[in-house]
Design a protein around this ligand. Sequence first.
Ligand code: BEZ
Length: 235
Amino acid sequence: MEQMITAMPRIGEKAPSFKAVTTQGEINFPEQYAGNWVILFSHPADFTPVCTSEFMTFASMESKFDEANCKLVGLSVDGLYSHIAWLRTIYEKIEYKGMKNVEVKFPLIEDITMEVAKKYGMIQPGESSTKAVRAVFFIDPKGIVRAMIYYPLSLGRNFDELYRVITALQTADAFSVATPADWYPGDDLIVPPAGSCGIAKDRMQKQENMKCYDWFFCTKKISKEEILTKILKKK
Ligand code: BEZ
């Protein structure tokens, strides 16, 4: 049996480059997204119900991600005409959780050869050797993979969580902090101990609004307003 070669991107490394055809024209990834955050995500197949619910949800939230300077790029191993027909059907016929006439404006990559899917570890033969799993890559403005999440075929993603990940990564960068369990903007942040999470020692001097419970557990308050003013685009 032919061995399938699949790579797995790693956090902290450059996102693998590729050129591809999409529903919005050709893209040169991640180079053309320099200066923006981008979420590259895969879905198993066009014209399937869970994927349809996901596309409607993501497309409905596109302006919210855009406000966070984050572009969306989808992929499946279907062809371009399938993508176009599926997205048109979604627009014309499907209603889900109060959403209807949803127009998917972000690019959807055709990857019939699975070239891109294999570069990104989206083909996981234990789950399916003919369909991509539901992979999500969070790539920063320098083209570095900052986080990734993989879901199996049967499990639709939580898009509020994807948005939370983007805001948490941006907050960590903007304020040199880490974000604790279940963090949302306005909740206490973590001031990482010196030498961890890439925080330099000189930044570890006692900071304003900081409370230390022990040497390894210091929290800091930054208001939701201050965070959102810094990370979101000005309206
Ligand atoms: C779906 O999106 O509904 C789906 C796709 C592939 C396998 C199972 C479910």
